[in-house]
Write a protein of this length. Structure first.
Length: 100
């Protein structure tokens, strides 16, 4: 983050607990959406699985979120590989067409 970027205080609620965090103004919407998603997933896990306390549900959400991030990263790697192949085919086609 650039040194001159102002941080703003934001109150975020996760699992019925409020947290005051300082973030860049440009990140506020993403942080709020992420907190909302976490809370939604906690409700889903509460309805689907038996747990002893909020820590169980927070752990389940963390596992889900991390797995999603890894899959997204893998998908990006696969897309990059496919793009490289397409670029190679495009180059070969252009080369073949230029000799005609």
């Amino acid at each position: 983050m650039p040194e001159n970027e102002e941080l703003i205080p934001v109150n975020i609620t996760i699992a019925d607990r409020s947290y005051r965090v300082k973030i860049a103004a440009k990140d506020e919407e993403a942080v709020r959406k992420t907190a909302h998603l976490i809370n939604q997933k906690m409700v889903e896990f509460k309805n689907a699985y038996a747990g002893k306390d909020m820590q169980d549900y927070i752990s389940m959400v963390l596992l889900w979120f991390t797995t999603e991030q890894q899959q997204t990263g893998q998908n990006l790697y696969e897309l990059e590989s496919i793009q490289n192949q397409i670029d190679g085919f495009t180059g070969a086609i252009e080369k073949a067409l230029s000799t005609i």
